[in-house]
Design a protein around this ligand. Structure first.
Ligand code: NAG
Ligand code: NAG
Ligand code: NAG
Length: 299
């Protein structure tokens, strides 16, 4: 009865996947019998009667919320959520209504949060605002108009302050910090590339293009070994914008290590995330016709 699994997280006991879905909820997989059960939500105004199973952002987005990015920090046990309509959230261990950490910066409300990831050493939280002009419901318009008003932001859990690190991003999508905490990768969905911002060392505070792809760059997830998986929807017909859903495994040096295509199961539906966890790939798609979580064996 729900669709659009956008992103995944696993807790430190191996529980999950937790998955963010279209009707504003975060579900938790409880095994083959119970399957996916309701775990948390972001909008205090959300009610099951109005929101469950719905997909109409135009009318319901601000009432029901739309968690897009999920990220669990196993060291601090904090479960972060980037909600497109509500803001940067944290979910407690028992779930339920999430707590809002930030809904704007410098007095300006966020328009459309997308991705979230933590620094494994400092615990700082990096997150993206896809656009500060368009909202989630206008994503096709933002893409077709070449929007470049996205930002990379940081939330410091100690001071509780939000700072703006990069602006002018073209569809700021996924975000991931390197395993050694020296740099942050940020995807530009409309710009078809990943930028790297150094946050430590001699190049601190400088930005460079990390890698470019012939397609739409979505979420970036770090693996346990410190590589990354990037969901890329490779454009195969620029006129109709038909894409090939692809996972790209990349090293911290920007080398493509592996390419997997999932069109056999997803056809030309765009995917949002490829995440590796204990020998499996979990594939997410924000798309309305995807009402399942794709799980692949890595070998
Ligand atoms: C495909 O993308 C281009 C450029 O972003 C846009 O102008 C065009 O309208 C899109 N076509 C379709 C069928 O959405
Ligand atoms: C990087 O930028 C931050 C924020 O503006 C500043 O506090 C810090 O001193 C800068 N670090 C370096 C090495 O330039
Ligand atoms: C892909 O196409 C098949 C066959 O038409 C269909 O059963 C399946 O639901 C499609 N998958 C998606 C993700 O749309």
């Amino acid at each position: 009865g729900v669709a659009g699994p956008s992103s995944f997280a696993f807790d430190s006991l191996g529980g999950g996947p937790y998955v963010s879905v279209q009707d504003g909820r975060i579900l938790k997989y409880e095994g083959a019998t119970a399957c996916f059960v309701e775990f948390a939500f972001d909008a205090p105004t959300r009610s099951s009667a109005v929101c469950d199973g719905q997909s109409n952002y135009d009318d319901l987005g601000s009432t029901c919320g739309r968690p897009l990015g999920l990220d669990f920090n196993p060291l601090t046990q904090q479960f972060y959520v980037a909600d497109a309509y509500v803001g940067l959230m944290v979910v407690g261990p028992k779930g339920g209504l999430a707590t809002k950490l930030a809904s704007g910066v410098n007095g300006v409300p966020f328009r459309f949060l997308y991705g979230v990831g933590h620094d494994p050493l400092t615990g700082d939280v990096y997150f993206t605002e896809f656009s500060n002009v368009y909202q989630l419901r206008d994503i096709t318009l933002a893409v077709n108009n070449g929007d470049a008003t996205g930002s990379l932001l940081k939330y410091d859990p100690l001071t509780k302050q939000v700072s703006v690190l990069l602006t002018g991003l073209s569809g700021a999508s996924g975000v991931a910090v390197s395993g050694d905490g020296t740099f942050v990768l940020v995807g530009e969905l409309i710009g078809n590339r990943i930028k790297r911002l150094w946050i430590k060392g001699p190049k601190c505070n400088t930005t460079e293009t990390f890698i470019e792809f012939p397609g739409r760059v979505n979420r970036i997830r770090r693996t346990i070994l410190g590589d990354f998986w990037v969901a890329v929807n490779v454009v195969i017909n620029p006129v109709t914008n038909v894409t090939l859903p692809t996972g790209k495994g990349i090293s911290p040096f920007g080398t493509v290590l592996e390419t997997v295509t999932v069109d056999k199961e997803y056809n030309n539906t765009r995917i949002s995330e490829v995440q590796e966890h204990l020998g499996k790939y979990y594939v997410g798609s924000r798309h309305v016709n995807v009402n399942f979580v794709g799980v692949y064996d890595t070998i």
